[in-house]
Design a protein around this ligand. Sequence first.
Ligand code: F0G
Length: 352
Amino acid sequence: MSLGILNTYSEFLPLSEKTPRISLGEGGTPLVQSERLAKSLGIPNLFFKLEGCNPTGSFKDRGMVMAVANAIENNSRQLICASTGNTSAAAAAYGAHCGIPTVVLVPKGNVATGKVAQAIAYGAKILSINGNFDKALELAQILAVDLKMTLVNSINPYRIEGQKTASFEICERLGSAPDYLCIPVGNAGNITAYWRGFKEWKEAEFISSTPKMFGFQAEGAAPIVLGHPVKEPQTIASAIKIGNPASWTTALEACVESNGLIDSVSDEEILSAYKSLARMEGIFCEPASAASVAGMMKAKRNNLINPDASIVCVLTGTGLKDPDLASQIADRPLQEVEATTEALSIALQSIN
Ligand code: F0G
């Protein structure tokens, strides 16, 4: 059972005596060792950090619990965020948990069904805007000031503080830092948070080295790789469909300081990794999450990864968030069969 990150890592977080130690049980997520994918790629020490096992199904809960606890400490009356879906689900859940109304701005038509369902269920005030995530974030920042709401996007420094705890868990589980940390990059808060976490764990002398940070954007939404903002980002991985990341500078710092890289992967590579994770490992993540594995595979092909190294790929959200995409990659249509053993036997023979 997870006590939540505020209780588990209190010494490493910006908490005061007045900060409420709220929790929905976030953190303490599994680090699963790869079986079949590791064998097929010839990299035995491959691990997946299953952040989809957090209470709202993504890593955002780690940052949100910290940001909302701080908002309560400061008597905030309303939360606001822009989101490609997961931030809004987490904000709405922690807002509901603490009885604070939550406003979410989402880019119209670009949020996976499961994430919208969550924001609805948790009772958020959802506004679907005619614009992309970057525009939504711009508006959320202005509204937060004008209407005195607490902005809970990762520009809020408490978000990054909470999210860094995933690095602590990885090191505790492995007994050391991995050699490589592969992670999807959207608004670039999470790569910033992980790097901070590894550095702090080393400063505390729990580990003696830090990993190379390998961040991956989607090819059609790869501003950091291209070196300039992308006006109309495009990718099947809607969670990372972002053209002007807020934490651009700190993501680059993570890459440079760790001797890592930030590269891009195509939608085809993302989908292929998404399928392989589900079918070879039994791990169902969302497409944006699979960018970490697609990127790792690309880096391996380009001989940028030593095969004996330990590698952790962060799987940021659960596949159940985006059921429509899962249906699209079905090998065959869902088959209806008469409820008899004969009919079932015949039907099974036709499936191989
Ligand atoms: N993976 C998932 C599943 C995400 O939801 C996000 C970001 C990322 C990766 C990228 O993380 O932005 O810290 O670089 N989702 C945000 C949202 C933008 O609104 O939910 P990042």
